[in-house]
Design a protein around this ligand. Sequence first.
Ligand SMILES: NC(=O)c1ccc[n+]([C@@H]2O[C@H](COP(=O)([O-])OP(=O)(O)OC[C@H]3O[C@@H](n4cnc5c(N)ncnc54)[C@H](O)[C@@H]3O)[C@@H](O)[C@H]2O)c1
Ligand SMILES: O=C(O)C[C@H](O)C(=O)O
Ligand SMILES: [Mg+2]
Length: 626
Amino acid sequence: MANFSNQMRLSSTLLRRLHQRVAAAVNSSSSRNFTTTEGHRPTIVHKRSLDILHDPWFNKGTAFSFTERDRLHIRGLLPPNVMSFEQQIARFMADLKRLEVQARDGPSDPYVLAKWRILNRLHDRNETLYYKVLMENIEEYAPIVYTPTVGLVCQKYSGLFRRPRGMYFSAEDRGEMMSMVYNWPADQVDMIVVTDGSRILGLGDLGVQGIGIAIGKLDLYVAAAGINPQRVLPVMIDVGTDNENLLKDPLYLGLQDHRLDGEEYIEVIDEFMEAVFTRWPHVIVQFEDFQSKWAFKLLQRYRNNYRMFNDDVQGTAGVAIAGLLGAVRAQGRPMIDFPKMKIVVAGAGSAGIGVLNAARKTMARMLGNTEIAFESARSQFWVVDAKGLITEARENVDPDARPFARKIKEIERQGLSEGATLAEVVREVKPDVLLGLSACGGLFSKEVLEALKHSTSTRPAIFPMSNPTRNAECTPEEAFSILGENIIFASGSPFKDVDLGNGHVGHCNQANNMFLFPGIGLGTLLSGSRIVSDGMLQAAAECLAAYITEEEVLKGIIYPSISRIRDITKEVAAAVVKEAIEEDLAEGYREMDSRELRKLDEAQISEFVENNMWNPDYPTLVYKKD
Ligand SMILES: NC(=O)c1ccc[n+]([C@@H]2O[C@H](COP(=O)([O-])OP(=O)(O)OC[C@H]3O[C@@H](n4cnc5c(N)ncnc54)[C@H](O)[C@@H]3O)[C@@H](O)[C@H]2O)c1
Ligand SMILES: O=C(O)C[C@H](O)C(=O)O
Ligand SMILES: [Mg+2]
């Protein structure tokens, strides 16, 4: 008994001391005061902006009200849906429970998400270490921070969201963006990747959750292009969502309204562009995963006035051209034979049309760049979308696809008609290349691949370029097992090489715009070009095509391994700088003004690029009072 009461006395003394210590700490702290339990006196804080969000004592995350967000300069630094405490708890619990469900789904699912979470926490804690880890293990972790896992992350973003990253501009922020942009703490921003979340990979409309793709792309900007991580900005423009599940989901972090459309939509994007280019006149804006309907329109609207490009339209086109030229070489033929290739493309969205336009232009250039050459190149393509083969007989054909609609007479001679299935088209056309940008997993079915056996090519090429993995039009196992080893295989998401037995290996290339966009961005930045010209994009694609040696190409290797991404990015950036100088677009970067730039030879341009790439090393820190 005596012992027990002694213990009680001891613990109450301890408690009292603890209280005294906390009270003393609170009183002596200059930045932290606490509300007393009695009443609702405000807490005085001496911080604003990200410092508040990064302080576990004060941070309320998505529960900050709009007036508080304005008061504390954090408007735009959080997703727009203000959540209650109860909703926050429900979101956290749903995420925790989901992990248990996934653990029963199969071994790979929880594994990749768990890796993403661990990497993400490191990203929040120590960026230098994060990028060091990513760069030194790029083959292993690019598929986690980028395609395909980033797709899963976007799908589950409401649950995974912890510390905000990047900026959110929403339809509710109309009229406010010019001031909101100053809430971002960095005075210099080199690269913005922006999405409206309307077509994330092949996963459709993911609304505000699409911010994950902008973050993933910028990870590659840092790791591959050496853009300083303090100068990248992922942006989500939340104009609502047409995803019915998200509209109903009480835990969704974005605006729960249908998407803005027409003029209203354009006004929001215009306002965003004006705001970011006002604060950072030299920034480069990469448009990412906008639905096709807007991808082309916005590109045309901004490309002559702003430093911007659309990765899905232009980056993908360049990567595909490089691969197609590789596929010609892999047959032991010279690149100049490219205009003879018969190409079937499944998918006529932003990516498919981007590839078709660029391939047609490349063919025309090789044929002398005349009107006739451009016209005749058109007949090398057969385009199949969700409604089948596109012909001139199609009603309401999308204006961007119209130039590729086949003439009825032509296709009748080939035994085809409007809306013919992909298998029918492949059977009749016997193409050299079958390229998929349809977001339709398994589209290259057994029947389609069997039909490709009759290709007139000595080494047909199969490009199931849709992402993520589940959306790939076929797997390498399916392609190699049906068509044998004498093919070229290139997919958008990574696959492992296939063991074909007897020491033979079916090589899996990754045909992903990651081999171009970081170099296009870096080259544009360092050249100081005011726009991203067709010539600069073409130079980037040609550089990628030339990067692969004759020996590799004959082995079926038409893209570099991702382990070489930093090196190829440096080369691509140098090619872009060179082209910008030749086109007289280069205005220079920092002390390297346009005159100095023009004096550089090829080797010096490469050196200039390399010297301006950020490396993850710890600098020495010294404290200095403001
Ligand atoms: N590998 C890369 O670098 C890369 C780059 C960009 C886009 N992509 C992928 O390409 C895919 C498409 O992107 P998008 O922006 O063009 O999308 P989108 O939605 O604009 O276009 C999809 C197109 O596929 C067509 N389609 C749908 N079902 C079809 C079917 N059964 N048969 C034939 N066509 C069909 C649609 O009619 C449409 O024309 C996505 O999965 C995306 O991840 C890959
Ligand atoms: O994000 C990728 O992996 C490639 C491409 O931009 C896509 O939209 O699929
Ligand atoms: Mg994309």
